[in-house]
Design a protein around this ligand. Structure first.
Ligand SMILES: Nc1ncnc2c1ncn2[C@@H]1O[C@H](COP(=O)(O)OP(=O)(O)OP(=O)(O)O)[C@@H](O)[C@H]1O
Ligand SMILES: [Mg+2]
Length: 375
C-alpha cells in the first residue's frame, strides 16, 4: 500500500513554494509529482521587504502575511494533488516548512520564525499538517537548522562510499555521511545563491543569472574575494546555521563602498560565485571528514558555472547531482519535509543533535489535525 505524503518548502531565495508528492511506504522515497508554485509578485515583494528590513514591518503586517502565506501553501498542495489525479483523503499528511522571516539561532533568546499558517493548510485541504519544525530543536538548545541531515542519512547513506550531500539554495548546507553511519555532521556553509541573485537582480531585469553565464564572463577580483571570505561566519566551527540576517546585499554594498567601488559589476558577480564555491569547499576541508562523492541538490545545480567551479576546487571528489542517486535535485528539500512530517507522526526524532547542537534528539513540529473522514 502506498503512503502518500506531501512536502512544502519555500527557502531563502523566495523563488516560490516547492511542493512534492511522495510515496514513503518504503525506505526509498518515490516521487510521484512535484511543482513550484510561484509567489504572486506582491507577496514576493512583501516577503522580501520583511526579511530585508524587518524593522519596517508592523505586527499587523506580519500577522496578515502569515495568514496569506498559509493560503498560498494550501493552494500549492491542492494544485499538486489535483495534478496527480489523487483525492485529498489519499494523502496521509503534509509537512510544511513555512517561509523563514527571521532566523536568529545565536540570539538571546535564540529563535527562528517561519510564516504560513498551517491551520489554513489543514482546514483548506482537510489533511493533517505538520509544521513549525525548527523551534522544538531550538528549545532543546539547538540551532533549529539544518534539519535535512537525518533525511539525507536515511536516503543517501552508502556503506561503501563516504559522501557529502550539498544543498545549494538561498543558503548552502552540507551533510557529511561517513560509511559507518555514525557521527554524521552537517551545517550551513554560508550563502548559496542569495547574493548571486541579489546582485544580478540589481543589474538586470531577470531573477537570477541563467546558468551563471554573466558570472562566467567576468574576472575574479582576488582582493574582494579575500575581504568577502573574512566574514567571521566562514571560520566559525559547527554547529552553525545562517540566513539573510548575516548575508544580505547591504553587507556586500558596504564592503564594495569601502574599497572596491570602481570594480565592474560583472566582476563582482564572478567573485561572489567564487565566494560561494570556496566557502563550500573550504568548510568541507576544514570541518568535514574526507569524502569521495559530493551529491548536489537545490537550485544551485542549474548554475553551470558554479558547478564547474565546485568540481575544479574538488579534484579528488566526484561531484554530481542527486538525480543520479534517485532524487531530482529540485525536490530534495520538499521531500525532506514530507519525510520529517512522517517522522513526527510516527513519534520519531527529526533532528540530529550533533548537527544542530541540541542536547537531545526530539520529535519536531506541531500537528494540525485534518478533517475526520466520513466512512
Ligand atoms: N537555470 C538556473 N541558472 C542559475 N541559477 C539557477 C537556475 N535555476 C535556479 N537557480 C538558482 O536557484 C535558486 C533557487 O534555489 P532553491 O529553490 O533551491 O533555493 P531556496 O528556495 O532558497 O531553497 P532552500 O533555502 O530551502 O535550500 C534561484 O534563486 C537561483 O539562484
Ligand atoms: Mg526555492
Amino acid at each position: 500500500m502506498p503512503e502518500y505524503y506531501l512536502g512544502l518548502m519555500s527557502g531563502t531565495s523566495i523563488d516560490g513554494i516547492d511542493a512534492a508528492l511522495v510515496d514513503l511506504s518504503n525506505d526509498v522515497p518515490v516521487l510521484l509529482t512535484a511543482h513550484t508554485h510561484p509567489w504572486p509578485a506582491q507577496l514576493h515583494d512583501r516577503i522580501l521587504e520583511t526579511v530585508t528590513d524587518p524593522q519596517s514591518v508592523s505586527l499587523q503586517d506580519a500577522g496578515a502575511l502569515d495568514a496569506e502565506l498559509g493560503e498560498q501553501f494550501a493552494d500549492a498542495a491542492l494544485d499538486l494533488i489535483a495534478n496527480a489525479g489523487l483525492k485529498t483523503r489519499q494523502i496521509t499528511a503534509i509537512g510544511s516548512h513555512g517561509q523563514t522571516l527571521f532566523h536568529a539561532p545565536e540570539g538571546h533568546p535564540a529563535f527562528s520564525m517561519q510564516a504560513g499558517d498551517a491551520n489554513r493548510i489543514a482546514e483548506r485541504t482537510g489533511i493533517t499538517t505538520v509544521a513549525d519544525f525548527r523551534r522544538r530543536d531550538i528549545a532543546a538548545g539547538g540551532q533549529g537548522a539544518p534539519l535535512v541531515p537525518a533525511f539525507h542519512q536515511a536516503v543517501f547513506h552508502d556503506p561503501s562510499t563516504p559522501r557529502a550531500i550539498l544543498n545549494i539554495g538561498g543558503m548552502a548546507n552540507l551533510t557529511l555521511l561517513p560509511v559507518d553511519n555514525k557521527a554524521i555532521t552537517g551545517f550551513d556553509t554560508g550563502p548559496g545563491n542569495v547574493l548571486l541573485d541579489a546582485w544580478y537582480r540589481k543589474h538586470h531585469r531577470d531573477n537570477y543569472d541563467q546558468s551563471g553565464a554573466w558570472a562566467r564572463s567576468g574576472d575574479l577580483d582576488e582582493s574582494l574575494l579575500e575581504r568577502l571570505m573574512e566574514h567571521p561566519y566562514f571560520s566559525q566551527p559547527p554547529p552553525k546555521s545562517t540566513g539573510r540576517e548575516q548575508f544580505c546585499l547591504r553587507w556586500l554594498e558596504e564592503l564594495l563602498q569601502e574599497e572596491h567601488h570602481t570594480l565592474p559589476d560583472v566582476d563582482v558577480q564572478r567573485t561572489l560565485t567564487e565566494m560561494t564555491a570556496r566557502s563550500i569547499t573550504g568548510s568541507l576541508e576544514q570541518f568535514g571528514q574526507p569524502v569521495t562523492q559530493v551529491l548536489v541538490c537545490g537550485g544551485g545545480v542549474h548554475n553551470d558555472f558554479l558547478m564547474q567551479r565546485l568540481a575544479a576546487l574538488l579534484p579528488e571528489q566526484q561531484v554530481e547531482t542527486t538525480e543520479k542517486h534517485g532524487l531530482h535535485p529540485n525536490w530534495v528539500e520538499a521531500v525532506a519535509f514530507a519525510w520529517l512530517a512522517k517522522q513526527t507522526l510516527e513519534g520519531k526524532a527529526g533532528n540530529v543533535p550533533h548537527v544542530t547542537g541540541a542536547n537531545r534528539a526530539v520529535i519536531l513540529g506541531a500537528i494540525y489535525p485534518g478533517r475526520i473522514q466520513q466512512t
